[in-house]
Design a protein. Structure first.
Length: 286
């Protein structure tokens, strides 16, 4: 059986990485690669090992799949241009890889009768050569109708991903989940380091102090569940320690500590009595 053809529009790190994975799978063949800059297209083709670098949308060959691996803000305009200028196979499917972008960004293609969808790998494509070696097992969120999701699930599986389908309208919550898990973890690391330095811990010792605790806690939360993994003064009902924390926190960190503390009281609710919950919440909301 012949492999399905794939065009890639957007030859950055994501486009290069997915293109290489698709080519290496043996199930898909890269047809055309288009980027804003010809040298980027040529570099992507060299990395992928397949495909033809093209300079315009009209030069893209008709393909079974077209991946739009461009910044979120460029997807809608690109969809309009594709609907107006590109050629497609009869069973064509166009999909973007945005974690936040909705399917309605591709509405002009739907109006032309083209199937559309989204496949978002929950993976950091910082460096394509490293990405392709570590991609196996990556969760891939799918959005689209039943037929589209079935095709994208096969594609994700072929490159080593673990496909799963999002609920209708769930894109914003999905992307917020990833942002909290990734971006805010970094912010919390910075805040914990700031407090450690305030306590007199040297810069070179901060990572060694908070790193092992953060790793162990995260593993416990993922393995045991957040409620069971929770330790510390709030779950013990120790309002006195929480008060001491608030006394030493810089003003710019107090609001974050208070809001996270309230959320932690809710998480710990089954292990606190009414008096403990009331005292903690009153202090955190003061």
């Amino acid at each position: 059986m012949s492999s399905a053809s794939v065009n890639i529009v957007g030859a950055g790190r994501l486009g290069q990485s997915l293109g290489r994975l698709l080519a290496d799978s043996g199930c898909y063949r890269i047809a055309g690669v288009l980027s804003a800059h010809p040298e980027s297209s040529a570099r992507a083709v060299a990395f992928i090992g397949q495909g033809e670098a093209v300079g315009t949308l009209t030069a893209l060959p008709a393909a079974d799949y077209t991946l739009l691996s461009v910044p979120d803000g460029a997807i809608a305009g690109l969809a309009e241009a594709l609907a107006r200028e590109a050629r497609f196979e009869a069973n064509a499917l166009v999909f973007h890889a945005s974690g936040a972008g909705e399917l309605d960004l591709l509405a002009p293609l739907v109006e032309r009768g083209i199937a559309v969808g989204c496949l978002h790998p929950a993976y950091s494509f910082a460096e394509p050569a490293r990405a392709v070696t570590g991609f196996v097992g990556t969760p891939c969120a799918l959005d689209g109708d039943e037929a589209v999701c079935a095709r994208l699930a096969s594609l994700a599986t072929a490159i080593g991903g673990r496909p799963f389908r999002l609920a209708t309208g769930g894109k914003a919550a999905y992307h917020a989940a990833l942002s909290v898990a990734s971006n805010y973890l970094v912010t919390l690391t910075e805040l914990a380091g700031q407090l450690a330095r305030q306590a007199g811990v040297s810069d070179e010792n901060v990572a060694g102090l908070i790193g092992p605790l953060m790793r162990q806690t995260l593993e416990n939360a993922l393995t045991l569940g957040p409620a069971s993994a929770l330790t510390g003064p709030i779950v013990r009902g120790d309002a006195g320690t929480v008060a001491r924390h608030l006394e030493v926190l810089p003003d710019d960190a107090q609001a974050a500590y208070r809001r996270l503390g309230e959320r932690t009281v809710t998480l710990a609710a089954g292990r606190l009595d009414a008096a403990q919950r009331g005292a903690l919440l009153a202090m955190l909301r003061d």
